[in-house]
Structures are given as structure tokens and as C-alpha cells.
Design a protein around this ligand. Structure first.
Ligand SMILES: Nc1ncnc2c1ncn2[C@@H]1O[C@H](COP(=O)(O)OP(=O)(O)OP(=O)(O)O)[C@@H](O)[C@H]1O
Length: 246
């Protein structure tokens, strides 16, 4: 269980997060939503220990900073340098290299984990392909495989459904359902709207602070949306009563 207590993050004069408290339980699939600049990436960076913060972040009651291997991160595609000359296999092996120690050759256990992870995302046949020569959806699957091979308890995913086709979406949804069944926790930063949000067990609506933290139906009310995105946003309700923005 991940517990965030009274978390605040300041960047030179900007208050990116204020007094954020939340709990992520084993097996939960939680969507982290909010407007641009709401602090979603900042929250993820704080959990990963990539930015200084005030407050506490605990995993199963102990400080997370001593258990970083229990957290895997799948970055947004736009944040990566796709010209870097590395094969799909070696991207996934990176998680193992960290566990084995730099400079150590991968052992057979590490190779099996990498092979199984690439197979799970249906990318084993393309394992020797350079990452820059893969499609966007294939790249996304390789980075998901890297996270799987790390065998963490908590997955942090930054817009995993952005710019992917139905095939990659189906592969990812099936993996997320398996992970959830295994008691793994998934926190997904998302800019999705409408029906797509129903796939989450819970939504956290963020805008510097937690504005709502409940089921998708309970969070996506007109009042909450206007509070987070601004009073003059044009929102419509679909047939199921779920607001979407046009
Ligand atoms: N390294 C930084 N230095 C200074 N300010 C920063 C830095 N990173 C983020 N910020 C600011 O902190 C606030 C939160 O940014 P953050 O990237 O966490 O938002 P976000 O919700 O992930 O946005 P988006 O949906 O656009 O990705 C913004 O005002 C942003 O300009």
C-alpha cells in the first residue's frame, strides 16, 4: 500500500503541490487526472524520488526511498529520445542491469525475465530492433515490458493510452487486468475523458491539491470539473451521465 501524507512540492516560487494526501491499495487501478500544470507529473516525480518534497511517502508503512525497486515507471513517449541507439531487448534489460549491478553480465534468470516480459507485450519477435525503428505503440509496449521485468509492486504510467492503436490498447488493458489481479497497484496519469475513465477503480482529480478522490462516476461531476478546469469550460453529458469536454 502506498501512502502519501501531506506532500508539498515547490519549484522556485511555484507551488506545484500542496498538502496532498492519498492512499493506493494493492490491486487498485487509479487514474490521476487534472488540467495541464495540475501537478500530475510532479506527484509521480516525488514518488520516484526525482524531486525534493515535504511530507511523507510510505510503501507498506516504510519509507519509500529505501524500496525504490518496488516502483516502476513507464514514461510518456514524447519525453524520450527515440534516436538513442538501443535495441528493444536492451531497453527491457535495463531494469535487470540495475538489479544486478552495472557492468555485470545478465544471468539466465535476468534473460528469462526479459524474454517473458517482451513476450507478454507481444514484442519478442522484434527484440533486436532498434527502439527508434519501432512504431509509437510498439515503443510503448517495450517500455511496459521494462516495467514488467522489474517485477515491482507499484506501476506509475504516464499517459499510456495516448496515441496508440486498438491492438496496443487491448494488450495493455489485458496486462493491467492481470497485474491488478496479482495485487499490483497502478497509478495512471491521464488526459482521457468520458467513457474511458470508467476503466479505473478510482479517480484522483488533482489541481495542486486533491480536489476529488472517488469512483469515476462520483468524481466526474460538473461541479468537480469546473473547479479543476475552470468555470467557463464547455462540458456535455453523454448518455451514461458521464461528462465529457468538447
Ligand atoms: N522543473 C520545474 N521547474 C519549475 N517549475 C516546474 C518544473 N516542473 C514543473 N513545473 C511547474 O509545476 C507545475 C506542475 O507541473 P506538472 O508538470 O507536474 O503538471 P502536469 O499536471 O503533469 O501537467 P501536464 O498535464 O501538462 O503534463 C506547473 O506550473 C509547471 O510549470
Amino acid at each position: 500500500m502506498l501512502t502519501v501524507q501531506n506532500l508539498s512540492v515547490h519549484y522556485r516560487g511555484i507551488e506545484a503541490l500542496t498538502a496532498v494526501s492519498l492512499t493506493l491499495r494493492p490491486g487498485e487501478w487509479v487514474g490521476l487526472i487534472g488540467p495541464n500544470g495540475a501537478g500530475k507529473s510532479t506527484l509521480v516525480k516525488a514518488i520516484l524520488g526525482l524531486t525534493p518534497y515535504r511530507g511523507k511517502i510510505l510503501l507498506n508503512g516504510a519509507a519509500l526511498k529505501r524500496q525504490r525497486s518496488q516502483v516502476a515507471y513507464v514514461p510518456q513517449r514524447s519525453q524520450l529520445d527515440w534516436d538513442y541507439p538501443i535495441t528493444a531487448w536492451n531497453v527491457v534489460m535495463m531494469a535487470q542491469t540495475r538489479a544486478l549491478g552495472w557492468g555485470r553480465s545478465p544471468n539466465s534468470k535476468a534473460k528469462k525475465l526479459v524474454s517473458a516480459a517482451l513476450d507478454r507485450v507481444e514484442m519478442l519477435p522484434l527484440k533486436n530492433r532498434s527502439i527508434g525503428q519501432l512504431s509509437g505503440g510498439q515503443q510503448q509496449r517495450v517500455f511496459l515490458a521494462r516495467a514488467l521485468a522489474q517485477q515491482p509492486n507499484l506501476f506509475l504510467l504516464d499517459e499510456p493510452f495516448s496515441g496508440i492503436d486498438k491492438k496496443t490498447e487491448a494488450v495493455m488493458l489485458s496486462i493491467f487486468a492481470d497485474l491488478s489481479q496479482q495485487g499490483k497497484t497502478l497509478l495512471v496519469c491521464s488526459h482521457e475523458w468520458g467513457e474511458a475513465l470508467n476503466r479505473y477503480d478510482r479517480l484522483l482529480l488533482l489541481n495542486r491539491r486533491v480536489l476529488a478522490n472517488d469512483t469515476p462516476q462520483a468524481v466526474m461531476t460538473m461541479e468537480n470539473i469546473q473547479q479543476a478546469y475552470g468555470a467557463n469550460i464547455q462540458a456535455l453529458h453523454n448518455q451514461n451521465g458521464m461528462p465529457f469536454v468538447c
